[in-house]
Design a protein around this ligand. Structure first.
Ligand code: NAD
Ligand code: TYD
Length: 381
């Protein structure tokens, strides 16, 4: 292994990963990452996932029978389980996705967010520290703990503010963002105090295949296809910076291979769009891709509903550190990525049916049932 840490230039640490312990690998980004890594053919993966409502082994059905992939159903808060997995599989890296990830759910019930996102990360860090302490030689040099976090830890921007960069002070506003911020701080402390070779990435909003349809883009696609109202919170002018999930995965692979220990890297694709723009673009794509639908033009389904409490107005990511230091760039434009995403949801109706029964309907009823409709059937704003 060639490693030159702290040089400020891209390091030349070859990617010779053997085993990676992924947490939350049955979720949206985690499952895309597992598939992305196994496609490269240079590692095996152990996936520790509790399989909450958001975890779906069907995302990884194509790996059935592949010896390089192991799914362990379990909780990252279970210290004994985590320690035994580290001893058994001796991973060269831990890539930590497992989290409660939906802002609206964190508002409705923050407890699970504190438990998994904070206690769970603490448990992993402790186990990783003990495991790392026993490593020697090349194994010790190679080990990394990659903590996958969010841009929401930085709070909210005005339209004039520069994009979030790695030195932007933390100012989390939702229970979700606060729990992720807490976990980032724990990782920082474990690097600083115990010398754990960890790296943090803070990424903007992802979209793509396997995203659970509680999040904006898949929710709007599925509602539009079913002729249901498209619920825009508040005025719909909140801005998010969208990144195609495959680009996030390639960024994580790059950071794992060449990122500097103790550093934070912001990840984003430079695609700032208001929610209203996103939903109108989705409606136009659906008009084109399902022209025979009786709901064309889909834009008529837009409905303004009561806003999310404490709703962050704008997120934007400055990813220049990752781009200049490690040479990463996003490949997908927002237009091509969104088209691929809509096509995927259209082509995978079985997957959709699998995740939208029972408990999902309960959530939709809880989150939208009590939300006052402000203006229905709009297309004109
Ligand atoms: P997700 O909700 O789709 O998946 C989370 C996964 O974690 C699920 O498979 C779930 O079963 C698992 N999990 C939850 N609690 C667990 C526990 N206690 N033990 C083990 N497994 C558990 O989330 P996602 O959208 O794929 O996000 C993955 C990570 O990326 C999160 O840490 C999130 O904060 C971060 N992130 C997400 C986005 C985004 O736009 N989705 C953007 C930036 C960062
Ligand atoms: P979401 O996908 O929940 O991601 P996040 O809150 O982490 O950014 O929401 C993206 C944006 O879309 C956010 O500003 C809230 C808004 N939104 C709606 O307007 N309506 C909805 O039904 C949902 C789920 C989100």
């Amino acid at each position: 292994m060639k490693a030159r840490h702290g040089t400020g230039v891209a390091v030349e640490r070859e990617l010779r990963l053997k085993t990676i312990l992924v947490t939350g690998g049955a979720g949206f980004i985690g499952s895309n990452f597992v598939l992305h890594m196994l496609e490269q053919g240079d590692c095996s993966i152990v996936n520790l996932d509790k399989l909450t409502y958001a975890g779906n082994p069907a995302n990884l059905a194509s790996l059935e029978g592949r010896p390089e992939y192991t799914l362990v159903r379990g909780d990252i808060c279970d210290a004994a389980l985590v320690a035994s997995l580290l001893e058994q599989y001796r991973p060269e890296a831990i890539v930590h996705f497992a989290a409660e990830s939906h802002v609206d759910r964190s508002i409705a019930g923050p407890e699970a967010f504190l438990k998994t996102n904070i206690d769970g990360t603490f448990t992993l860090l402790q186990a990783a520290r003990i495991y790392f302490g026993k490593l020697t030689g090349a194994e010790r040099d190679a080990f990394r703990f990659l903590h996958v976090s969010t841009d929401e830890v930085y709070g909210t921007l005005t339209p004039e503010d520069p994009a979030f960069h790695e030195e932007t002070p933390y100012a989390p506003n939702s229970p979700y963002a606060a729990s992720k911020a807490a976990s980032d701080h724990l990782v920082r402390a474990w690097v600083h105090t115990y010398g754990l070779p960890a790296i943090v990435t803070n990424c903007s909003n992802n979209y793509g295949r396997f995203q659970f349809p509680e999040k904006l883009i898949p929710l709007m696609i599925l509602h539009a296809l079913a002729g249901k109202p498209l619920p825009i919170y508040g005025d719909g002018l909140q801005v998010r910076d969208w990144l195609y999930v495959e680009d996030h995965c390639s960024a994580l692979r790059t950071v794992l291979a060449t990122g500097r220990v103790g550093e934070t890297y912001n990840v984003g694709g430079g695609n700032q769009r208001s929610n209203l723009e996103v939903v109108k673009t989705l409606c136009a794509l659906l008009d084109e891709l399902v022209p025979d639908s009786k709901f064309v033009p889909h834009v008529r389904l837009i409905t303004y509903v009561q806003d999310r409490p404490g709703h962050d107005r704008r997120y934007a990511i400055d990813a220049r550190k990752l781009e200049t230091e490690l040479g990463w760039t996003a490949k997908e434009s927002f237009e091509t990525g969104l088209r691929r995403t809509v096509e995927w949801y259209l082509a995978n109706r079985d997957w959709v049916e699998g995740v939208t029964s029972g408990a999902y309907q309960q959530w939709i009823g809880q989150n939208y049932g009590s939300r006052a409709v402000v203006e229905a059937g709009e297309a004109a704003r």
